[in-house]
Design a protein around this ligand. Structure first.
Ligand SMILES: [Zn+2]
Length: 101
C-alpha cells in the first residue's frame, strides 16, 4: 500500500473540529495489511487526514466524495458556535391517579 498526497486549493475541505486546520487529501493505492489479498486491478481510494499531532482521519473511501462526507460527519466547523445549553431539565410527568393514604 502506498499513499500520495494530492494538492488542493485552500478551503476545499471543512476545517478539523479539533484543531481548525484543513485535512490532507491522500490517494491510497493498494491494500492495507489488514485486508485480504485481492487479485486484479487495485482501485485507488481516498482518505482525509489531519496533520500531526491531531491525526484525525477518515476511513478509506472509493471516492473522494465519500471521504469528504465522512470528514464532515466527524465534526464540521460552524462559523458561529452555538451556545451550550446547560440548564435543560427533563419534564417530570406527574404520576397519573392519586393515591390518598
Ligand atoms: Zn485536526
Amino acid at each position: 500500500m502506498k499513499q500520495q498526497q494530492i494538492p488542493y486549493a485552500p478551503g476545499t475541505f471543512a476545517a478539523c473540529a479539533d484543531c481548525r486546520r484543513e485535512p490532507l487529501h491522500w490517494e491510497v493505492t493498494g491494500r492495507t495489511s489488514r485486508e485480504p489479498v485481492v487479485f486484479g486491478p487495485v482501485p485507488v481510494r481516498h482518505l482525509l487526514e489531519c496533520r500531526s499531532p491531531c491525526r484525525r482521519k477518515t476511513k478509506l473511501h472509493p471516492s473522494l466524495a465519500g471521504a469528504i462526507s465522512e470528514w464532515g460527519q466527524l465534526g464540521e466547523t460552524l462559523p458561529l458556535p452555538l451556545p451550550a445549553i446547560t440548564n435543560v431539565r427533563p419534564i417530570r410527568a406527574r404520576a397519573k391517579g392519586r393515591a390518598h393514604g
